[in-house]
Design a binder for this molecule. Structure first.
Ligand SMILES: C[S@@+](CC[C@H](N)C(=O)[O-])C[C@H]1O[C@@H](n2cnc3c(N)ncnc32)[C@H](O)[C@@H]1O
Length: 282
């Protein structure tokens, strides 16, 4: 039921002390446990993630989601011609494809990620902007450092306390700044994470917020995803002191024949797969 990872085989941990395939379960997982598990998971799986999704993402495109919505058309951060000179924080940047596109528009991005290995892929692809290895829940920047912030499936699906992250983003944004973030559409939680017809029948309660956890034989979490309902996400944004100005549910376009884990043309035509929140720091 992992909603953002390439496939369950990719979740298999490597290393001498973790030889068994992790067990997928639903149980509580706090802030520290989730961050530790996900840092390790992304470090171990970054190479496979970039091999599997790198060509769809493109080295210097800004793709918001598996539906393929591109910032060039969507302009959720504002008109591209107004990005020049803007200081932009990308959270959960992975290989920093979005930051590379922002830099090409004349913006001054900073790409932040929890995973050192993901950022090594950013280095491999190249760019002259800063890369920062840090947790989105404790941003290592002064107040009011950025004009804009963005996150394409970075951090927010994985953290136990999204309000912590949203408050941090509000703190580092200048007044009038925007934060736009995409996450798995909450309705997907109720369905099996399968691209085929089996992914079209409700199998779990949409209202059950118990995290999805993969754990090793000692019961240590090695991967965690947290579910919020749509209402929870709206309340989180408001609780952090941000103003929600749009909620985008990208429709599956006819040109996109690619599958990405549980995202597929079949499901995409029928149910939303991504929710993009457009917020302002007043
Ligand atoms: C699904 S990937 C998205 C990466 C990139 N935006 C893309 O579209 O390929 C999620 C990213 O979020 C990062 N991440 C997870 N939890 C995080 C946290 N607490 N703080 C910062 N980054 C985090 C992971 O390391 C991973 O690179």
């Amino acid at each position: 039921m992992s909603q953002t990872t390439p496939d369950s085989a990719a979740a298999e941990p490597e290393g001498p002390e973790e030889t068994e395939e992790p067990e997928a379960t639903r149980r509580a997982a706090g802030v520290a446990e989730s961050a530790r598990a996900n840092r390790g998971w992304w470090d171990r799986n970054a190479d496979e993630y970039q091999v599997e999704h790198g060509s769809f993402l493109g080295d210097d495109r800004f793709v918001w989601c598996p539906e393929g919505l591109d910032e060039v058309e969507a302009e959720l951060l504002g008109p591209a011609e107004e990005l020049a000179g803007k200081e932009v924080l990308e959270i959960g940047a992975g290989a920093a494809q979005c930051s590379r596109w922002l830099a090409a528009q004349g913006a001054r991005p900073v790409a932040l990620d929890l995973s050192h290995r993901q950022l090594q892929h950013a280095l491999r692809i190249g760019g002259t902007f800063p890369l920062v290895c840090a947790d989105a829940a404790a941003l290592p920047f002064a107040d009011a450092s950025f004009d804009l912030a963005c996150s394409a499936y970075g951090a927010l699906p994985f953290v136990a306390d999204p309000v912590l992250v949203l408050r941090e983003v509000r703190r580092v944004l200048r007044p009038g700044g925007r934060f736009v973030f995409s996450v798995t559409h909450p309705i997907r939680w109720a369905f099996p994470d399968e691209p085929g017809p089996e992914g079209l029948s409700v199998s779990a309660s949409y209202f059950d917020r118990t995290p999805y956890v993969e754990q090793d034989e000692a019961g240590r979490a090695v991967y965690v995803e947290h579910h919020r309902t749509l209402g929870d996400r709206v309340r989180d944004v408001v609780a952090a002191g941000l103003r929600l100005v749009d909620l985008v549910e990208p429709e599956w376009p006819a040109w996109n024949t690619s599958e990405w884990g549980g995202w597929s043309p079949l499901r995409g035509r029928l149910i939303p797969g991504t929710a993009i929140f457009v917020c302002v720091r007043d």
